[in-house]
Design a protein around this ligand. Structure first.
Ligand code: F6P
Length: 319
């Protein structure tokens, strides 16, 4: 292999820069040229390439966001867009492609593989932790740490006023951030999209909370009830309830990556180049039981589920 290209796509996540550094270092050591494609699939369609060097990326390991920038591309969804992308790869003699992103990124690669047969390797980069084939996605640990730090602060004010707080966290259709941040802060209730929880019971508990204490509910943004409806239902049950809603929002995507995400980024970055060197194709590198693993894209994007142990924890701590 002479020339590899890499891009980051979809929502940025802390640890993406560490992964880029891992890729650059391994490529350099293997005598491979490395280009970065800017702004995800958008840059692929436009041929927006820059040469990457490990030294520059070395200074980005501790930074959140993505050095290469990212986007959610509509043009790549069209055949014409993908054909332009293919021509750009051919024009630049790129013979392998590494993509760092989530579910949508890998779906994009699957469709692209119908017209482009160079090897594609994926790295799971999303705060949502919603991909099969890896225990943790890049950025999840950092996002949970940010959520926890903020929920701890909310607790201080909630307890001072004896208030009910509904805190909405990110995760799209995945309740992982909600579960981890709720358990890590001793929250009173957890609402996640994956569970068929007994809302009525849970909301009754919130409405009848001890007036000498706080009551903190963590709601995943994808939950069918959602923060506002949950709040209005609690108010129906207890009209004089002292309740506030806080949506943590995009702070969860930013900030310096945690130690775990820096290490995961470096490991997966190096592993992605090694996979190309050993002729692997259309697989995502991940870590399962603390060992590197390869999973075909088709399996990565299959329906996401919360593992049984976590699900049981939700039932124990949110009853
Ligand atoms: O996939 C990561 C994520 O942060 C989700 O948790 C969230 O639903 C979405 O991206 C937000 O996307 P955007 O930044 O485009 O509003």
């Amino acid at each position: 292999r002479q020339h590899i290209a890499v891009f980051t796509s979809g929502g940025d996540s802390p640890g993406m820069n560490a992964a880029l550094y891992g890729i650059a270092k391994k490529a350099e050591q293997s005598g491979i040229r490395l280009s970065g494609i800017r702004k995800g699939y958008e840059g692929l369609v436009d041929g927006d390439l820059v040469l990457l060097d490990a030294h520059k990326l070395q200074k980005m390991v501790h930074r959140g966001g993505t050095f290469l920038k990212t986007a959610r591309s509509k043009r790549f969804l069209t055949l014409e867009g993908r054909q332009r992308a293919l021509r750009n790869l051919q024009k630049n003699d790129i013979d392998a492609l590494i993509a760092i992103g989530g579910d949508g990124t890998f779906k994009g690669l699957l469709v692209f593989s119908e017209i482009c047969d160079i090897p594609f390797i994926g790295i799971p980069g999303t705060i949502d932790n919603d991909l099969a084939g890896t225990d943790f996605t890049l950025g999840f640990d950092s996002a949970v740490n940010t959520a926890i730090e903020n929920i701890d602060k909310i607790r201080d004010t909630a307890e001072s006023h004896n208030r009910v707080f509904i805190v909405e966290v990110m995760g799209r259709d995945s309740g992982y951030i909600a579960i981890h941040s709720a358990l890590g802060t001793g929250a009173d209730a957890i609402l996640i999209p994956e569970s068929g929880q007994d809302f009525v019971q849970l909301l009754k508990r919130a409405a009848n909370y001890n007036r000498e204490d706080a009551f903190i509910v963590i709601v995943s943004e994808g939950d069918e009830l959602g923060a506002e409806i949950a709040a209005s239902k609690i108010k129906e049950l207890k009209p004089d309830v002292d309740l506030r809603i806080t949506k943590l929002g995009h702070v969860q995507r930013g900030g310096n990556p945690s130690a775990a995400d820096r290490m995961l980024g470096i490991r997966l970055g190096v592993a992605s180049v090694k996979s190309i060197l050993s002729e692997k194709k259309n697989v995502m590198v991940g870590v399962l039981n603390n060992e590197l693993s390869l999973t075909p894209f088709e399996q990565v994007v299959k329906q996401h589920q919360v593992n049984n142990e976590l699900y049981e924890l939700v039932n124990i701590f949110s009853k």
